[in-house]
Design a protein around this ligand. Structure first.
Ligand SMILES: [Zn+2]
Length: 286
């Protein structure tokens, strides 16, 4: 009986996680749709202001030079995001061609396995440097590296969107401010999107790859830190109140609710106090 109950419970949790991921997939489609329209608008803007705009783009068709394990992870991301037609609901898959990963000892100083520094002076069109920790990198497998990179590449896309908006004279000021997200809550929102993209990426993996992540999340006592965070996200999303007070088919409402749940989890973990604390004083939850 106990085993049966456990089985039922596990099936229920699996079903809930699938529903959550489907909702995330749908919301990604919506974001993708609005982003495409935005790019269309930007293109029209460029034709009117050809000389004054030096936008950040990624139109390379081959990947930049990186260490072989990084290159494999970038290749995996591209493959999974283009397998059934191009899916740019996370970020445009072509962006992997413009990622330059520098492997350094950063965890001792920053506590981070990886980061994208918006103030890096080497950032230019078709070249976006990401730092990842040498120790974590040395022991990571391609899947964990790909998961970490999906998170950081999301921040690259956020920066590109915000930068392009900031130099676009036709972009309304209030939207520029919203894109910058220079508030503690805006900073945390950016993190929520990065974690949601990691969950969406897992959904796009092949069954055996998903299993490999699942087994490790369940059994590995020395869990890779990326998987540690995803485990707590999965745990937090795997309960019956996941829909909040949303109607069953109201995906916008469910998506907002999921966003809020991840937001609360990240805020309460204190993990982003330092990074997002620079904007302290702004009202949390605005
Ligand atoms: Zn982040």
């Amino acid at each position: 009986m106990g085993t049966q109950n456990k089985k039922n419970k596990r099936n229920l949790i699996t079903t809930i996680i699938i529903v959550v991921l489907l909702v995330l997939g749908f919301s990604g489609f919506y974001l993708n749709f609005t982003r495409k329209n935005k790019h269309l608008d930007n293109k029209q803007d460029i034709s009117q202001n050809e000389d004054s705009i030096d936008r950040l783009v990624c139109d390379r068709t081959t990947r930049l030079d990186n260490d072989p394990n990084i290159d494999r992870a970038l290749s995996l991301i591209y493959e999974r995001l283009t397998e059934y037609g191009e899916d740019d609901s996370l970020f445009p898959p072509q962006l992997v061609n413009c990622i330059k990963v520098e492997v350094k000892n950063i965890k001792n100083d920053t506590g981070a396995e990886g980061y994208f520094d918006e103030n890096n002076e080497n950032i230019k069109p078709n070249y976006y440097p990401i730092m990842i920790d040498d120790w974590e990198n040395f022991f990571a497998d391609d899947l964990s590296t790909a998961l970490l990179l999906v998170h950081e590449i999301t921040h690259v896309q956020q920066y590109i969107d915000s930068y392009n908006a900031s130099i676009d004279p036709n972009f309304p000021d209030y939207l520029k401010a919203a894109f910058k997200r220079e508030t503690k809550s805006g900073c945390l929102d950016n993190e929520v999107f990065a974690y949601k993209n990691q969950l969406k990426f897992i959904l796009k993996l092949k069954d055996e790859e998903k299993k490999s992540i699942d087994y490790r999340v369940l059994a590995d006592e020395n869990l890779h830190s990326q998987l540690e965070i995803l485990k707590s996200l999965k745990d937090s999303l795997a309960d019956l109140s996941i829909r909040g007070s949303c109607e069953i088919y109201d995906n916008d409402c469910i998506n907002r609710y999921i966003h809020m749940r991840i937001y609360d989890l990240l805020r309460d973990s204190g993990k982003y106090d330092e990074q997002c604390g620079v904007y302290e004083g702004s009202y949390i939850g605005e």
